[in-house]
Write a protein that binds this ligand. Sequence first.
Ligand code: M6R
Length: 599
Amino acid sequence: MCGIIGYIGQKKISPILINGLKKLEYRGYDSAGICVLENGGLTIIKKTGRIEELAKSPELKNVNGAIGIAHTRWATHGEPNEQNAHPHLDCEQKIAIVHNGIIENYQALRELLIKEGHKISSETDSEVLAHLIEKFYKGDLLKAVKETLALVDGAYGMAVIHKDQDKIVVARKGSPLIIGVGEGEMFVASDVPAILEHTKKVIYLNDDEIAVIGQNDYQITNLAGEKLDNKIEEIKWSVEQMEKKGYKHFMLKEIFEQPESISNTLRGRIKDGKIKLSIDFDIKEIKKIVITACGTSWHSALIGKYLLESIAEISTEVDYASEFRYRQPIVTKNDLAIVISQSGETADTLAALREAKQRGAKSLGIINVVGSTISREVDSGIYLHAGPEIGVASTKAFTSQVVALLLLTLYIRQEKGIALDKELLEDLADIPEKIDQALHRAEEVKEIAQKFKDIKNFLYLGRGLNFPVALEGALKLKEISYIHAEGYPAAEIKHGPIALIDENMPVVFIATKNSLSEKIISNMEEVKARQGVVIALVSDSDERIEKIADYIIKVPEVRNELSAIVNSIPLQLLAYYIADLRGLDVDKPRNLAKSVTVE
Ligand code: M6R
């Protein structure tokens, strides 16, 4: 977690650093700081809380220098306060570092440094980096950073400046870092949005790479000192795509963007009744699929399992990436490991990918962020093309993941030589229109949100494909509204959760028409018989459930294979409106970060 930006050039530095940090706030936001080289010394300003606190600080106005680094923090070691905020300095205040990641052996390094007389002033793991660089510095900053990294175990994306050097040294292992190439100015950042208003030319650093960045040049080497020639990539996303476009929150904007984001996921991938994907290995030889992911992406993986097993007729397992990586999974060279990640940077998902690859599996990523670490490590991939997702709660990436999984499912079926259902292809191509119809009912969902905004607990129930939809609906609600919510397979409630049912526990049933409709109606009756309050998500044409449920949310009728996509829309809206009506910071919920780059 955490966001880094650095600048070297002739423009006024503080707005560049502060605006860059604001664009990175999704990576963490419990404290922030900047350090600028000016008048032969380092000026440092740090504040607890959001970037806005730092932006308001009066000292910032007088800052004037050509080189600076800045950081927004998401605490891992030491509570969020000014002392623990980055940048961190060495004893003599000549060196400043910002760091994203975790230094696993920091305790041992800290003890060593203290024995040698260094005064460590924070509780963070990161501060040891500044002191180690101080220990090794003999006039060559790059050399000192390399010697430091040789002692460090763990993950880092880091940027370092020294008061006597007109350069920024950056290094990466396990935490993302990019270099932005401008005209007579250079940038470094954890992610593209931080620098996009200044340049679209970006270089992605890989693990174990170090770069020395000057105002007009840069040099990238590996840890052995060999020069590297990473190519400059042109970013296609516009600054405007990153803005809220008049919506109150990014999350709402992203919910309403789904007809477009899904069209983008589909674009060029269904042609003449065939699925077009570029996959570099022979997918029909795959015997088993294992999907790993975290959070919302794990929910789309569960939907993928239903699709892959029923349509592509291939055995599929789904695992939390954080569990997969530490057990002894049975994965062989005949298997395909699919990793799903919006950010492409989730630490557990990346580790699960590496574990599966090490066991010989082929790998395939379903990723949104182009150029992200996972996207570069998989054998093949399907980019979502959903556009930047800024709200911490994932919405449009989720529906695009489900669409990508369905495309992959159909592709595998096609490659195995089994005929595709032409109507399913047509209906899939029509899905953006159905999403649009579902979004037109936002006001009705808002009225229901108004009624339930003060409730303390919710239950979400669904069966088949709609069980993961229930899980996702519950996750959306809890992460942004702080209301306790649980998702369950509807039939399971009699094995325990039914004991919770009373008039204070609303139950959201995902009950759109499918082969299990009769069964879910029985589950609904069971809840009603115990004075439960039922909010039912039903297909347009369904009138039976209206007689049983207390509240109805209608969605356009689609075939079962596509229902998870459409049904997710009102659940995203319900969570959004409840959180907003409670007056909460929807885009930046407490304790969360958009991209979880620590395990
Ligand atoms: O970037 P990823 O898809 O790998 O992120 C995985 C989870 O951290 C993410 O989906 C998280 O659960 C979201 N906050 C859900 O809205």
